[in-house]
Design a protein around this ligand. Structure first.
Ligand SMILES: NC(=O)c1ccc[n+]([C@@H]2O[C@H](COP(=O)([O-])OP(=O)(O)OC[C@H]3O[C@@H](n4cnc5c(N)ncnc54)[C@H](O)[C@@H]3O)[C@@H](O)[C@H]2O)c1
Ligand SMILES: O=C(O)[C@H](O)[C@H](O)COP(=O)(O)O
Length: 358
């Protein structure tokens, strides 16, 4: 007897797939877990549902000849997905906007606090330039607002679309003490972000400034970032994403104040929200009811209480998020980063969200 069943292929690093997908509307599922970077079309024989993260290239060469009906990516970024191909083949698609935005905002806040402590910088005198004011950039702005740290926003697509917030041009962002990137990776066109931070941008940044990149590696020209340091510019880098990842430019890595393996958004809650958003999208696509609520899945987490002073900010944040420990984990595999990059991500320790206000 043929038992109707969903055949699902899911990235091995996606939590709760079994809990959420194994019994949807009484229909069982066969779930195959694979390392995202190595999924091939042969793995998708008879597959109905494909659940990926940012490391799987989803395109014609992966999907042609398969019967995949639904692709979910537990990410906001979609630069690994050929959306036009999916649309042309009428394959449903969902990503997970905002699922990990709080985790990234907490990474950025901790980064700024760490830099200020290391460089003895008074955060009341600092201006942060935020490039990209979507899910992450808006949350970064919100937390800076609460702490009374000045910031400027740059987001030409939103400005052109009539977003009422005050936006500035990229030239003003370049003058900021801290620049943090929260844009998608877009190679070409009016709003291209490929090498948005290039040699001219870095040249224009003040001495003793900080550049944070937790968006996509190639938003920052990694070669230019290395060259400008070699030329004597005093600039600090906190990098979570790398051009050509997992092949990290080791010389640039050595020049960083903090280096992490694309984990800025890896809070436990962010990963859970990512899978849950795909579950919701899947149900909507097949006109099914959600039978599990998100609240049932999220952990309880202790929340940070702000003292009201920016002095000692990093010391007060570190018990909640120890970014130095993340940096150390990456430095320990310095001689073998390319091979260990995915392992560091797969074995990333549990990190809980600590800001109550976002
Ligand atoms: N490191 C991580 O773990 C991690 C986690 C989440 C997101 N990300 C990356 O960060 C990016 C931002 O995430 P998000 O959730 O805020 O995405 P989002 O789509 O909500 O926001 C991106 C914003 O960038 C703006 N933008 C697009 N092109 C621009 C340009 N040329 N100049 C300035 N602004 C531009 C868009 O208008 C949008 O408002 C994602 O696309 C993803 O690549 C990384
Ligand atoms: O785009 C995003 O949302 C993040 O960059 C992404 O989720 C983190 O990497 P992943 O675990 O999906 O490979």
């Amino acid at each position: 007897m043929l038992i109707p069943m969903w055949n699902i292929v899911a990235d091995e690093n996606m939590p709760l797939v079994e809990e959420l997908f194994s019994n949807i509307s009484g229909k069982a599922a066969h779930i195959k877990r694979l390392a995202g970077r190595s999924i091939t079309s042969r793995d998708l024989h008879n597959t109905d549902i494909l659940l990926v993260r940012s490391v799987t290239q989803v395109n014609q060469s992966l999907l042609e000849g398969t019967h995949v009906q639904f692709v979910g990516s537990a990410t906001i970024g979609t630069d690994h997905i050929d959306l036009d191909y999916l649309a042309a083949k009428n394959i449903a698609f969902s990503n997970a906007p905002g699922c990990n935005a709080q985790g990234v905002a907490e990474y950025v806040l901790t980064s700024i606090a760490y830099w200020a402590e290391q460089r003895h910088i008074d955060l009341t005198k600092v201006t942060v330039g935020i490039i990209g004011a979507g899910n992450v950039g808006s949350r970064v702005a919100k937390v800076l607002d609460i702490l009374g740290i000045k910031y400027l926003l740059n987001d030409p697509p939103l400005a052109d679309a009539g977003d009422p917030r005050d936006f500035v041009g990229i030239e003003q962002i370049q003058q900021c003490d801290v620049v943090t990137c929260h844009v998608p990776f877009v190679r070409a066109g009016q709003y291209a972000t490929y090498h948005l931070v290039d040699d001219a941008f870095l040249e224009a940044m003040p001495q003793q400034s900080l550049l944070i990149n937790s968006s996509r590696g190639a938003v920052v020209d990694n070669t230019a970032a290395l060259e400008i340091k070699r030329a004597g510019k005093v600039i600090d880098y906190i990098l979570d994403v790398w051009e050509g990842e997992p092949d990290v430019n080791i010389e640039l890595f050595e020049q960083t104040m903090i280096a992490t393996p694309h984990i800025a958004g890896y809070s436990q809650e962010g990963k859970i929200r990512g899978t849950y958003q795909l579950y919701q999208a899947f149900n909507q696509w097949f006109d099914l009811e959600d039978s599990i609520a998100l609240d049932e899945l999220l952990p309880e987490a202790p929340k940070w209480q702000w003292s009201g002073s920016l002095d000692g900010l990093y010391q007060s944040l570190q018990p909640y998020y120890d970014i130095e420990a993340d940096d150390q984990r990456m430095r320990q595999v310095k001689n073998n980063i390319q091979k260990k990059f995915d392992h560091l991500r797969k074995t990333y320790p549990q990190r809980l969200e600590f800001l109550d206000t976002l």
